[in-house]
Design a protein around this ligand. Structure first.
Ligand code: KMT
Ligand code: NI
Length: 174
C-alpha cells in the first residue's frame, strides 16, 4: 500500500533513501492537485482504469542494475530531474518499489509517494514530478499513455511557460 508524505528536502543524502519529513500527506491532498491513487491487485483492474479513461498505449519498464547495468545511474539521474509531460500518464507497479515525487501547489513542496506492487498512480498533464528507486534498487512498472507515448520531459523552469502548465494550474482548486 502506498505511503505519502512531504519530502525532507535533504539533498546531501542518496535520493533512494526515504527522505521522510515525518509529515504525512492524505490521498485527498493528492486528489486536490490532480494526482489519483488506486490499488489494483490484478492487471484486470488496471485494464478497467485504462478503458474508463480511454488509454490507448502502454509499455513495461524494468529499472535495476540487472536490467540496465552501468546505464542505471544516468537513467536515474534523468528520472530525478524535475519535469512535466504534456499528457496524463498512469504508472502501475508490477514488482519492486519506487518513489514518485510530485509538486504540491500552490506551496510548491515535494510530496513523496512510495509505490509498491499493485499501486497505481495517475499523474495529470502538466504536473512537475520526478522518479527514483528505493534502496531496494529495483522496479518493474507498466507505463500507460493516452495516445502515442510522449517521451519528451519538459524541465523546470523552461516548462513554466508552456500552456499545459498553465492549464494544469488553472484546473486544480487552489
Ligand atoms: C516518469 O514519467 O518520470 C517516469 O515514468 C519514471 C519511470 S516509471 C517507473
Ligand atoms: Ni515523467
Amino acid at each position: 500500500m502506498v505511503e505519502v508524505y512531504f519530502h525532507d528536502n535533504k539533498d546531501n543524502v542518496d535520493f533512494r533513501e526515504a527522505h521522510d519529513s515525518g509529515h504525512p500527506v492524505s490521498l485527498d491532498h493528492l486528489a486536490r492537485i490532480g494526482v489519483i491513487y488506486k490499488h489494483c491487485s490484478t492487471e484486470e483492474q488496471v485494464n478497467e482504469v485504462a478503458l474508463e479513461r480511454q488509454y490507448k498505449n502502454r509499455d513495461e519498464v524494468s529499472i535495476s542494475s540487472e536490467s540496465l547495468g552501468d546505464a542505471l545511474l544516468p537513467k536515474l539521474q534523468n528520472f530525478y530531474a524535475e519535469h512535466l509531460h504534456e499528457d496524463e500518464e498512469i504508472r502501475y507497479i508490477l514488482d519492486g518499489e519506487g518513489y514518485f515525487d510530485v509538486r504540491s501547489a500552490p506551496d510548491d513542496r515535494w510530496i513523496r509517494c512510495k509505490l509498491v506492487r499493485g499501486d497505481l498512480l495517475i499523474l495529470p498533464a502538466g504536473i512537475y514530478h520526478r522518479f527514483t528507486l528505493t534502496t531496494q534498487n529495483r522496479v518493474v512498472a507498466a507505463r500507460l499513455f493516452k495516445e502515442e507515448p510522449k517521451w519528451v520531459a519538459h524541465g523546470r523552469p523552461v516548462a513554466d511557460t508552456l500552456s499545459i502548465r498553465k492549464e494544469y494550474l488553472a484546473s486544480i482548486q487552489l
